[in-house]
Ligand binder design. Structure first.
Ligand SMILES: [Zn+2]
Length: 356
């Protein structure tokens, strides 16, 4: 299979989150054909290249979001426009999966085995909660660092935002609107809090900037002629690693009149020291000087303390949108990048081992 055929076959195998059977089977079969020894655990697929030495994880996801409105062609039928493949998941993240598989081939044909082990993992359900990586991670053995494959234009992300969703409830007192003074208007109270949220300043992270609270849903009021006694609103915060979720909740609880409770958390904000070997190796492979921060979350959120970077071919701005695509040029650059990253990581680790 050529790189173009591999990408087309991956994109042509539908894998909306929760329905990864076909793509998981295809990837396992393809890897076996290439001479690897893939293991399928549930619908996750993983394999190793090399043995011994430091262990570097390459992880990306097999699933896609469901197709959104606005596609000009069938999202499940990949088609080429010149050198670009259009289809659901081409950019997020089957281009990364293809590039990792092709990089594994490059590594397997070279000298990498003596210096370290590259562990490749392609997981399910990244798009709806990271179940795949959470079930597979404990089975991968010791790991020294990780590369998370997501479309970043091969920019090296050494930090990514987390997600914290809060439910806020403003309580008031009901009254007939004609006697509004007898009541306390919960919607007005919530509105004051929402305005205040816009002006709250959080400490900035060097790569990510500040945590930004965004009000995304509001509900309140039972009748046109009644002062409302309850108004609830949802605040979605894309958090930064310099503030814990608890600190954010405490801050909002102190500043707002509404009662604040956690609706969803678990997508931790992540960051790796820019001086860490994995960041240095990724920057060298990318030909870049400095890492960047990423506004979107990913399976990195579930890697715990494992030092990691997020990088891959494609563009995050094309993700979860109609007419998603990836060019062959991007795919090939991604392949070379992942292979070079592994080699450089193992080279630096060997130097560290010599020099202590
Ligand atoms: Zn993705």
């Amino acid at each position: 299979m050529t790189p173009a055929q591999l990408l087309e076959a991956l994109v042509g195998t539908a894998s909306v989150s929760g329905s990864e059977d076909a793509v998981s089977g295809f990837v396992a079969k393809q890897l076996a054909t290439m001479g690897f020894k893939p293991r399928q655990e549930g619908l996750n697929v993983w394999f190793e290249v090399g043995h011994g030495g430091p262990r570097l994880l390459f992880v990306s996801h097999l699933d896609t979001v469901p197709p959104c409105a606005g596609w000009s062609t069938d999202p499940f039928k990949p088609h080429w426009e010149g050198e670009s493949l259009h289809g659901l998941g081409a950019n997020d993240a089957k281009g990364c999966v293809a590039a990792m598989i092709l990089a594994a081939q490059m590594l397997a044909s070279g000298e990498v085995g003596a210096e370290g082990t590259a562990v490749f993992a392609f997981v399910r359900e990244e798009e709806r909660g990271g179940l795949g990586i959470q079930e597979l991670l404990p089975r991968l053995g010791r790991l020294d660092a990780a590369v998370v494959g997501e479309p970043t234009g091969l920019k090296v992300c050494a930090a990514q935002r987390g997600m914290l969703v809060l439910q806020c409830a403003a309580k008031g007192v009901s009254a007939h609107v004609a006697h509004a003074k007898l009541g306390e208007n919960a919607i007005h109270k919530a509105a004051r809090d929402m305005v205040k949220l816009e002006s709250l300043a959080f400490d900035a992270h060097p790569l990510l900037g500040t945590t930004r609270p965004v009000v995304t849903q509001v509900s309140g009021g039972l009748a046109r002629n009644q002062v409302p006694d309850l108004c609830e609103f949802v605040v979605d915060l894309r958090t930064t690693p310099n503030l814990s979720d608890d600190e954010v909740v405490a801050r909002l609880s102190a500043e707002l009149q509404s009662r604040v409770s956690v609706l969803a958390s678990g997508y931790r904000p992540m960051a790796t020291d820019p001086g860490h070997t994995i960041v240095k190796a990724a920057l060298k492979a990318a030909g870049a000087k400095v890492p960047v921060g990423s506004d979107t979350t990913s399976d990195w959120a579930f890697l715990g303390e494992l030092p990691a970077v997020k990088a891959g071919p494609g563009d995050t701005m094309r993700s979860h949108r109609p007419n998603e695509w990836l060019s062959l040029k991007e795919l090939n650059a991604g392949t070379k990048f992942y292979a070079a990253l592994a080699r450089e990581f193992f080279r630096l680790k060997a130097l560290e081992a010599v020099h202590g």
